[in-house]
Write a protein that binds this ligand. Structure first.
Ligand SMILES: Cc1cc2nc3c(=O)[nH]c(=O)nc-3n(C[C@H](O)[C@H](O)[C@H](O)COP(=O)(O)O)c2cc1C
Length: 196
């Protein structure tokens, strides 16, 4: 089948892009508002785009009413955020943080997660996350209706035991979750790995 984009409706394009460009990692972004309220939200339009220094990207739509999501507002107001990675043990909590809550709601409390002070940015890390990147806003661009946010990582926090002596990741211990289309997700587990 061929889909000419200019003749394809938005719902179909959404299903095709989200269902075919898989698996996508999930950037679980913690921020703090100007008023000091903590926020967390997951984004699967997420990846790394540079390693030295590390630069990560997320791409965020506006809400249906045209207002920016809390994550975008907080990142633009403070210039800082933390990208935490989602492992299998935190999957259900991540889903809770994907629901739309008003800005005054602290999503750490809602999801039963613990904010831990970051070392270099004001936004807190998620204590339960095995990996987190403390980021400073590098660039904000609009890509059509999306906010493309690039963050330069200043500090990478990795839980003890995940890396071996040569900083290789043990995927038996780092059971990270990826997003597929629709309601599907997957775990990165040793049995699923293809090795070269
Ligand atoms: C696994 C997952 C991935 C998501 N990926 C994105 C995404 O890439 N971009 C986006 O705008 N929203 C995405 N969402 C929806 C946001 O997480 C959701 O709109 C959230 O409520 C935004 O929260 P905020 O207003 O606190 O920033 C995703 C939701 C889930 C559960």
């Amino acid at each position: 089948m061929e889909f000419f984009v200019d003749k394809t409706d938005g719902d179909t394009l959404f299903k095709l892009v989200l269902g075919l460009v898989v698996p996508r990692p999930i950037g679980w972004v913690s921020t703090v508002s100007k008023e000091g309220i903590f926020n967390i939200a997951p984004f699967s339009f997420f990846n790394a785009v540079n390693d030295e220094p590390p630069v990560l990207m997320i791409s965020v739509s506006d809400r249906d009413d045209g207002t920016p999501k809390d994550t975008v507002r907080n990142v633009l107001d403070t210039g800082e955020f933390v990208v935490n990675l989602v492992t299998e043990d935190l999957f259900e909590k991540m889903l809770i943080t994907g629901e739309e809550f008003p800005p005054e709601v602290d999503e750490f409390e809602r999801a039963g997660l613990t904010p831990e002070p970051s070392k270099l940015v004001k936004a807190p890390r998620i204590k339960e996350a095995k990996v987190s990147f403390e980021c400073r806003l590098f660039k904000h661009e609009k890509v059509y209706d999306m906010h493309l946010i690039l963050g330069e990582a200043l500090l990478i926090n990795v839980e003890e035991g995940i890396l071996d002596g040569e900083y290789r990741v043990d995927y038996g211990k780092y059971r990270v979750v990826g997003r597929l289309g629709g309601k599907y997700y997957l775990r990165v587990v040793p049995e699923g790995l293809l090795k070269v």
